[in-house]
Ligand binder design. Sequence first.
Ligand SMILES: Cc1cc2nc3c(=O)[nH]c(=O)nc-3n(C[C@H](O)[C@H](O)[C@H](O)COP(=O)(O)O)c2cc1C
Length: 171
Amino acid sequence: MTKTLIVYYSRTNHTQKVAELIAQGVGANIERILDVTSREGAFGYMLSGQQAMLQRPGRIQPVKADPSHYDLTILGAPVWSWSLSPPMRSYVIAQKHKFKRVAFFCTEGASGGARLFRQLQTLCGKTPVATLEVTEGELKSGDYASKVQEFIQQISGVTTSAVPQSEHKGL
Ligand SMILES: Cc1cc2nc3c(=O)[nH]c(=O)nc-3n(C[C@H](O)[C@H](O)[C@H](O)COP(=O)(O)O)c2cc1C
């Protein structure tokens, strides 16, 4: 059976909602990335948007799970300034050498997911086995549930034996 880890960052719990639905569907372990400093309020919003636009990492608390113990790591983050949010950027920079296979998901107001996925792919140095983009509108209407099921179907074929030897380097 594929061992799956979901790692997500969420400032206002939209991405958390999607992460939990995926975790239920695939029986994955789940870990939330936490900020060191607050991103609350108008100042937090502006700081976050600016850091993301400049593609800067953000300070995060230590994580518990070791991705090298998993066949598949699913990374989830909100789109900020059409970019990867800084806390997820920091996580990937620190942990990417431990990833075997990766899949990505994001939540967004309306757009920017495709750009975020390209940034994540470049940062990880790996092509995702699946991606999932969920808008705030889909979260409100509940339409995201069918997209999540489709995403789960796509990742369900991933097994340890399918991991190319070259991707084991550095573990
Ligand atoms: C600083 C900041 C910048 C954002 N930039 C974008 C953006 O470029 N495109 C977009 O569609 N939504 C943008 N959003 C909206 C978030 O992507 C959206 O609300 C997301 O679902 C939040 O997820 P979370 O609740 O897990 O933090 C931005 C939100 C913040 C806080």
